[in-house]
Ligand binder design. Structure first.
Ligand code: FES
Length: 403
């Protein structure tokens, strides 16, 4: 197909073509969809990667009013008998219906993979200033709450072939959760790497899971925890911020990987420090989930943050016009308008919100621009990390059933 034909092919058009071709294949082979689904590999794939998991809150463990852990078990009443397996570092995309609108947010799984066999995941939610979903969960979820979640997703996981055998973890705030999972997986013998965790908090009292990880570290020489406190001095802890010198102090001789998870401000600081270390790019990994705020702080931003534009959205053939502020991602504007767009990672990584830009100008911050070259050539964007610079028209894939 020529470039011009491809660029004119809408997502809906593509779905129609695929449906037509599948129909022809089934007719020709006399196979029914049901038969194909019954194949063992397909059944196994569905169990490992279910499109949706129905969960129920079994227990709530509060750290404070602003941070709580939720123990989530399968909800057989709604058809989830067992939890999908995962690797330490994966996240769940949780859907919350708030005032008739569906919002989805990614939360790292803080429990270990072995806990899944015991029948539970744990996620930890911290209140975010201006955050709709964290606020709603912390103030409303009770034991017995039904929860709709995705399968475990994401690539913030240890890979022996890619990563060095020692991981230096840099955590801030609720960014501790994937490291709590990794530390427990190492402790339980399910991960082969060593973990040196540099955990930045204002005070030791703010450092959730610190006691628990310290206990594991005391019994397992593959885990080391260093609390780095910015607002107090405490014996046995480092003071200040996570600098290149501090990383060097605790890094092993030879190669090591750096995994970072925390707020955007932490990345802005830590990225510059890590640059000074001159380590290979493949050894530096970020967990980027979460909303991108303040595009105007980037030197290459060419818009006016005060502007409001008209966003013309087509989802499954239905077109709607909605307002979108210059400082709001297209995804957030669609959610605020109750359009229920697809999303999982919210950081340009999973591709789930991949949409066609039909007209208008956009700004995509380089650090969350996960588009391939073909996406840029043929005009595709990820609305989760795209900001408007003019009135826009986009074609969005419909939310798949059961997602
Ligand atoms: S939600 Fe993952 S790329 Fe947009």
């Amino acid at each position: 197909m020529s470039k011009s034909k491809i660029s004119k092919l809408s997502r809906l058009g593509l779905i129609k073509v695929i449906t037509k071709r599948l129909g022809a294949i089934h007719k020709g082979s006399k196979e029914t969809t049901k038969d194909l689904y019954a194949y063992h590999p397909n059944a196994l794939a569905r169990e490992l990667h279910p499109s949706v998991q129905h969960l129920i809150v079994k227990e709530i463990k509060p750290f404070s009013n602003d941070m709580k852990s939720f123990i989530l078990a399968p909800d057989p009443e709604l058809g989830t008998e067992r939890l999908a397996w995962f690797s330490a570092g994966n996240y769940l995309s949780i859907a919350a219906e708030i005032q008739g609108k569906v919002f989805k947010r990614p939360y790292s799984i803080a429990s270990s993979p072995a806990d899944t066999l015991e029948g539970f995941y744990m996620i930890t939610v911290k209140r975010v200033d201006g955050g709709i979903v964290s606020q709603y969960i912390l103030d409303n979820w009770q034991v017995g709450q039904k929860v709709t979640a995705s399968a475990p997703l994401g690539d913030f996981t240890y890979e022996r072939l890619r990563d060095a055998s020692t991981v230096i973890g840099i955590a801030g705030g609720s960014g501790i959760t994937p490291f709590r999972s990794l530390a427990k997986a190492i402790y339980e013998g399910d991960e082969s790497c060593s973990l040196v965790l540099l955990y930045g908090s204002r005070t030791l009292a703010d450092a959730a899971f610190s006691d628990e990880i310290s206990e594991m570290a005391a019994k397992c020489d593959k885990i080391k925890l260093v609390n780095v406190l910015s607002n107090e001095e405490k014996e046995g802890c480092e003071s200040g911020f996570i600098t290149a010198d501090l990383i060097k102090k605790y890094a092993p001789a030879g190669d090591y990987s750096i995994f970072m998870c925390g707020p955007q401000a932490m990345y802005n600081f830590a990225d510059k420090e890590i640059e000074k270390l001159g380590i290979r790019r493949k050894f530096v990994r970020h967990e980027l989930f979460g909303e991108y705020f303040h595009p105007e702080r980037n030197a290459d931003y060419g818009g006016n943050i005060e502007d409001t534009f008209t966003l013309t959205v087509t989802i499954a053939g239905v077109t709607t016009k909605i307002p979108c502020n210059a400082n709001t991602t297209l995804l957030r504007a669609m959610e605020d308008a109750g359009l229920n767009p697809p999303s999982d990672c919210r950081s340009g990584r999973c591709g789930w919100c991949h949409s066609q830009l039909l007209s208008g100008d956009v700004y995509v911050p380089a650090s969350v621009d996960g588009r391939r070259m073909a996406d840029k050539i043929y005009g595709y964007i990820h609305p989760c990390c795209t900001f408007p610079l003019s009135d826009l028209a986009i074609d969005v894939p419909p939310m798949p059933k059961e997602h």
